[in-house]
Design a protein around this ligand. Sequence first.
Ligand code: C2O
Ligand code: CU
Length: 481
Amino acid sequence: MKDRLITIVTTGLMVLGLAFLGFLGWQWWQSRLPASYDVMDYGVVDRGGGPEAEHVHFSVADEKGPPTGKPDVSVTLTAEKSRVRLASGAQVDGWTFNGKAPGPEIRLVRGQLLQVTLANKDISDGVTIHWHGVDVPNAEDGVAGVTQDAVPPGGRYVYRFRPEQSGTFWYHTHQNASAGVEKGLYGGLVILRDPRSLGYELTLPIHTFEGHAAIGTNDDVGRKVVPAGVPVRLRLINTDSSPVRLRLAGMKPVLVAIDGADIRPASVPVGEALEIGAGGRYDIAFQMPHGPAGVAVVSSKAELVLSPTGTGELPASASHPVFDPAARDEAAPVRLGSKFDRTFQLRITQKVGFLDGKPGRHWALNGKLYPRVPMFEVARGDLVRINLVNDSSGVHPMHLHGHHFLVLSRDGKAVAPWSTDTLEMLPHERYTVAFRASNPGLWMLHCHNLKHAADGLSMHLMYAGATTPFRAGESAHNDPE
Ligand code: C2O
Ligand code: CU
């Protein structure tokens, strides 16, 4: 009797154990990405409560910039492995454009035609160029496996577009971006409103090269001679995957633009630090004082000192609170309407499961692991709202390609709206953002902590009817993140 009971119980446990193993095995099997796939094959289509729009099929590859016409600005960027020498003398093995990291700064005037020829010399993973923050036509967006194939060693690709925005942007590879950007495949992109000079201007991509924080390539004290009284504009770009904190000293700084879009100028209270989320840009303006003034990367040696004599030190300042863009008291007038055609929910959590066969705790979007994440479907012309919730203890700078978010509220409280393409969400923050769907295509929406993106914090915004001829996956040699 007792023996029979033991046999029944052990058999039962074994069956349960096997069933559980079978379930895990099935989950594992199911999570594996095929060798090549269409990014639209797996996502869970979400229409945000709006009607199903008519699917008039169009290919993202046809959404090109002007195919003909002489470019006003023409640049060739060659991706190649190269030693990057920092100001302190430190050297790192980098992946560069034209032998430099950051790559050459591209400058043009709004409305001009830009042509960039990308050549890949020896980056075996392949390269693309994404124009971060510029709402280009979809085929020029530079996302491997979505809007083009990654350019292999020896290959070339030509981008052409006429930007309608002006401001501070940047470019970077969007093939294996988590490795490529960190190693140096990025540069500044400045689009001027008009060709007249605004005074003294510097574009300052801030990047960490193998542990060395640097402003440009300055991981030490850099100096510039700037006469007193001159209007100065610093274009600060965070090209890292985590937030960067900056100390501004010796001047009365005014924040004039966020993510390339002008805001009503907001004074940064003296001593307040600036924190720029990954991928984000802040433009700071001030009048050059008689003494030294400049910017330092907090908890690093990197600083840039401007002074009329080319000498002097930045005045010391204790650590201070961080400037909060949501706390600006005056807002520029908002031009979006208020009747939303679609409202999406996007909740970021962590979940135990398999991501492409790898077990672990992974980022999840609306409870799902990549690629079975939501796919937001919109129709051209829609006014779209997204309620973003960061239900995790990580910082997530959420970046939408091809469009700009207008930030409407944080944690349920209305804010003075600002336009952003990379919205930094602190742990457990909630935001409501809106945008007009006016740029047809298939667009990435992902975390700009590129390691998070590579670990599944990535999805797509698609216009009804969009199709792509490109495939993601290992055998397609396309891996955007
Ligand atoms: Cu700056 Cu999808 O990237
Ligand atoms: Cu993230």
